[in-house]
Ligand binder design. Structure first.
Ligand code: DGT
Ligand code: MG
Ligand code: MG
Ligand code: MG
Ligand code: MG
Length: 269
């Protein structure tokens, strides 16, 4: 078929194919969730509904899109790690990033009511996205460790801050003053001596964030079968193995996690 004279405009499209043999990380983050969390009355510092909705959306992304080996989320962000050898959309950066962010955003709106019940969604939320390549397994592990360390630092700070405000009667400015220059040990001490809280007993989801991995799970289903020499259908239980996205709230900074799930970083990934 003859090409139209307009065809040349295609040549203006920039090639955004990413390097081969690198882990492709897409991280998204809620746009102005400082305001969004206030407007929708998120519980401070952690709102289970909000965190679980984020994880539901991330599970949907992993199930709908191809080649995601692991995801990690905390606060209003999620990181998705695509396999090193992925050939999805010829490794075009814009395809990875836009599919992740749009699938996540539409899921956020779609599943909102399942988590927030009577709390109406007041306006359409948005998410930004970025893409980063990591050439070695160590780089990737360090990236994920960085996000989990960020979760820990912010959560410890926010936990003490909101204790000082909600139970200690300080104003936000006073609480901020009180925490200026304090180290992790000092914050643990304030929680323990003033509020009788052992930070290590706070929920793992708050302290560690959420890791999503693929796991084989056995499912028992009942099936109707018709036996050759019998007239009636019979119900039988059959076990089948399915691969599912499973949330974990564990440490991913140490070696233990990676030793327990070696398939995540396996060479053919
Ligand atoms: P951005 O990302 O530059 O568009 O701006 P923000 O406001 O989204 O800033 P960011 O992403 O650094 O911080 C996340 C905000 O989301 C932060 O203000 C706290 C809020 N947020 C996230 N999860 C929760 C939660 O479970 N409860 C509450 N109360 N707030 C949360
Ligand atoms: Mg930000
Ligand atoms: Mg944000
Ligand atoms: Mg954020
Ligand atoms: Mg199309």
């Amino acid at each position: 078929m003859a090409k139209s004279k307009f065809e040349y405009v295609r040549d203006f499209e920039a090639d955004d194919t990413v390097l081969p043999n690198c882990w492709i990380v897409v991280r998204l983050d809620g746009r102005n969730f400082h305001r969004f969390s206030e407007q929708h009355e998120f519980k401070k510092p952690n709102d289970d509904r909000a965190l679980q909705l984020m994880t539901k959306c991330a599970q949907t992304v992993m199930q709908e899109l191809e080649d995601i080996a692991i995801a990690y989320g905390q606060s209003d962000e999620y990181s998705f790690v695509f396999k090193k050898k992925s050939r999805w959309f010829k490794r075009r950066a814009s395809k990875f990033m836009t599919h992740v962010v749009s699938q996540f955003s539409s899921s956020y709106v779609f599943y909102w009511k399942d988590y927030f019940k009577d709390q109406q969604l007041l306006y359409p939320p948005g998410f930004d996205g970025r893409i980063v390549l990591y050439p070695s397994n160590q780089n990737l592990k360090d990236y994920l460790s960085w996000r989990q360390a960020d979760c820990h630092i912010n959560n410890l700070y926010n936990t003490v801050f909101w204790m000082l405000v909600q139970r200690g009667g300080l104003t936000p400015v006073q609480a901020q003053e009180r925490l200026r220059g304090t180290l992790a040990g000092d914050k643990n001490e304030i929680l323990f001596s003033e509020f009788n809280i052992n930070y290590n007993n706070e929920p793992l989801m708050y302290r560690k964030g959420t890791v999503l991995i693929w796991q084989k799970v056995n499912e028992v289903i009942t099936k109707k079968i018709k036996l050759p020499k019998e007239d009636e259908e019979k119900e039988v239980e059959v076990t089948r193995t399915k691969t599912k996205v499973v949330p974990l709230h564990c440490d991913i900074i140490g070696d233990q996690f990676w030793e327990e799930y070696p398939e995540i970083l396996a060479e053919d990934s």
